[in-house]
Structures are given as structure tokens and as C-alpha cells.
Design a protein around this ligand. Structure first.
Ligand code: SF4
Length: 360
């Protein structure tokens, strides 16, 4: 990272990036900084050497080590709505001399509390909410581009699941430079639109926190499955109407709030995208693993739960489970009468669990 370190603000999870941009700061999603580091595994090891337990989340450890590797001086810690470990991470960072700015998504998901949280962050960064609103308007074109990228993925089969993941996950900080990001995305969209559509495949969604496995998408492609929905990454792009204010935008963002809101979003998108099945990615030692109970109870599609710990490729056992899952979905599709193989349709009421396809 070569930018003026004083100007960079790292953050532990997606935050209202418009406020940082309005304050003239360079946003840096620490998760992206960690996972795109060629030495991501070493970053985890460095955090463990500093005292983080082996039985703690690798993202937390990676974030911690990335802050130090890049000599960041200021970090926004999302203390409510994201991660149960962030409080402790923030305390250690503050103890190390890093300036920690807390930000909390309101647990009650109410406009008054959200407005107060936005005001507080804006005041801390010395900028007005009106300026942040103007920044929101300026970001609308790039958010429209991201929506188009997503549509090209599920509707036109022109963008791979991994490409979809990479662009949407980067929407939390626009790689630090929204203008450049928009120009690069524009080039990519032109390239994608000129491609032939990808062959018909088993249609998958990946839900849950973005995976730490480097080759999950590639392995799924090798098995003849296309990921046409990345749940949380899509949320990072703030999909939704343009005519809402910052407060509404971050109340619509499903990730920080109770899982019921996420389930409703997943249900809607699974129907729209004609998904055959879902992979629920869970991170080792993450409290969100418990939400798998509700996800499986509430979603009427086959769900495969995958867990991983550290950066690296998926292991052999996971590969076998993926293979079995994709084969099962393929068999379900072929048994379904009137299914158009080039545009597979799935009725959500088919109910994966009711036909014996669970557990995985
Ligand atoms: S994966 Fe879970 S434990 Fe790890 S940082 Fe994210 S929310 Fe926290």
C-alpha cells in the first residue's frame, strides 16, 4: 500500500463508505486487504504468534496482522451487527496504538438509531451527513454497474460466479478509488457482454460470509456448477432503489441484522435466479455458524454447509462433498418434468429436505 497512510482508514466490515469518501479519506476494507495478500496464510500465523488463539476466526487474525503489515494508523471497528470478536480485536488494536473508531449498526434496525449512528461517524470524521448524501448520489452510477454485472451473471450467463464474487466483494471499499473502480468495471462489462453465454449448468447460490477458500468457485465450475448468486457480496454492493437516503440504504443492507431478513432476501433471489441449491459457507470458530440452523429450517432448497478455517484450497473431503451435492442437484433437475435445460427452473416448493436430499 503506497497511499499516504494518514489518509487511509481501514475497517473491519462494510460500513457507510460514503462518509469516509466525503471526508476525503481512502477506504480500505481490511478483509480484502488480508485475503488478497499473497501471504495471507502467513498473516494468520503472525497474529497467532502475537497471541491470537488457534481457535479464533482466521479473518479476525488476518485483519489484525494486515493492519500492522500495512502500518495503518486508523481503523473503524464495527462493534455491533458484524462480529462477536470485533470488541476484543478493537481493544488489542487500540492497545497497540492504533486509533480505533467504533461504528455500530443499530440492533433494533430503526431509522432514528441508524441516523444517530451515521451522524456520530460523520462527526468523528469531521464531515456533514449532507456531504455524505452527495457522495451517495455520486456512487449511484457505479452501484448501477454492479447491479448490471450481477444481472449478467444470473440472467445472461455471461459472468462467472468467481468474477461476480470478486467485483461485488470489492464494492465495500471500491478498492480505495471509486472512480478507477468504475472505469475498470466498465471495461469488464464491455468484455463480458461480448462473450458467448456460458454453458447451462447446475445453478448454485453461495450464502454466508465470503469464503476463505481460494479455489471454491473454480472447483464448482469443474464439477459443472455455476454460482449465480453470492448473497453477502451482493449486499456489499447495496442493491436496491436509487431514491433512498443513506439511512434507508444501510437499513436495507441485510447482513448486520437478524437472520430473518437475510432469509427473506435469499428466498427472493433464489426464486428469481432459479437456483437448484445453496452452499452455506461458514467460517471455523464463527458464531454465525449457529445461524445455519435457521437457514436450513427456513429455506426450501437443498443446502450444503461448508466450513473452512484458513486461506487455501478446499480440502479433499470437501471436494467429495461438493461432487456429491452437485450430482444430486443434477439428478433432481433431470427428474423434473418440463425443465428447460438451458434455463433451468426450480420450484422452491420442491423442498430439498423433503425428498431425502439432506443432510449434507
Ligand atoms: S467470519 Fe464470523 S467470526 Fe470471522 S470475522 Fe466474520 S463474523 Fe467474525
Amino acid at each position: 500500500m503506497s497511499d499516504n497512510q494518514e489518509n487511509i482508514i481501514g475497517f473491519s466490515s462494510t460500513i457507510p463508505v460514503e462518509i469516509l469518501l466525503a471526508a476525503g479519506r481512502r477506504p480500505c476494507d481490511l478483509n480484502n486487504l488480508f485475503i488478497t495478500d499473497p501471504g495471507s496464510l502467513q498473516l494468520v500465523a503472525a497474529a497467532e504468534e502475537a497471541g491470537f488463539p488457534a481457535t479464533s476466526c482466521a479473518w479476525i487474525k488476518g485483519i489484525y496482522a494486515a493492519v500492522h503489515r500495512h502500518r495503518l494508523r486508523r481503523v473503524i471497528a464495527v462493534v455491533t451487527g458484524d462480529c462477536s470478536s470485533t470488541h476484543a480485536l478493537a481493544e488489542v488494536l487500540a492497545h497497540d496504538g492504533i486509533e480505533v473508531i467504533p461504528f455500530g449498526f443499530p440492533l433494533d434496525r430503526q431509522p432514528a438509531a441508524m441516523s444517530a449512528a451515521l451522524e456520530q461517524l460523520a462527526a468523528r470524521l469531521g464531515v456533514s451527513l449532507a456531504a455524505a448524501e452527495e457522495e451517495r448520489r455520486q456512487l449511484l452510477p457505479v452501484r448501477r454497474q454492479l447491479a448490471e454485472l450481477d444481472r449478467l451473471t444470473w440472467e445472461e450467463n455471461l459472468v462467472s460466479g468467481e468474477e461476480n464474487h470478486r467485483w461485488l466483494v470489492a464494492a465495500s471499499d471500491f478498492n480505495g478509488d471509486p472512480e478507477r473502480f468504475a472505469a475498470e468495471l466498465d471495461d469488464f462489462l464491455a468484455l463480458a457482454a461480448a462473450r458467448p453465454p456460458r454453458p447451462a449448468a447446475v445453478r448454485l447460490g453461495i450464502i454466508g460470509v465470503p469464503t476463505i477458500c481460494g479455489n471454491l468457485y473454480q472447483e464448482l465450475e469443474n464439477l459443472g456448477a455455476a454460482v449465480v448468486f453470492n448473497e453477502v457480496q451482493r449486499q456489499f454492493s447495496m442493491p436496491g432503489p436509487a431514491d433512498r437516503d443513506l439511512c434507508r440504504q444501510y437499513l436495507d443492507y441485510t447482513y448486520p441484522y437478524p437472520v430473518a431478513g437475510r432469509v427473506a432476501d435469499i428466498r427472493r433471489e433464489a426464486a428469481r435466479r432459479r437456483l437448484d441449491g445453496l452452499i452455506h459457507y461458514v467460517q471455523s470458530f464463527c458464531f454465525r455458524q449457529i445461524e445455519d440452523i435457521i437457514v436450513k429450517r427456513e429455506l426450501d432448497l437443498p443446502v450444503l454447509t461448508l466450513e473452512a478455517d484458513r486461506p487455501g484450497p478446499v480440502d479433499g473431503r470437501t471436494l467429495t462433498r461438493l461432487e456429491t451435492f452437485v450430482e444430486m442437484l443434477r439428478a433432481r433437475r433431470s427428474r423434473r418434468p418440463n425443465v428447460n435445460k438451458s434455463a433451468p427452473a426450480v420450484r422452491l416448493s420442491d423442498g430439498g429436505r423433503r425428498d431425502g436430499s439432506q443432510p449434507f
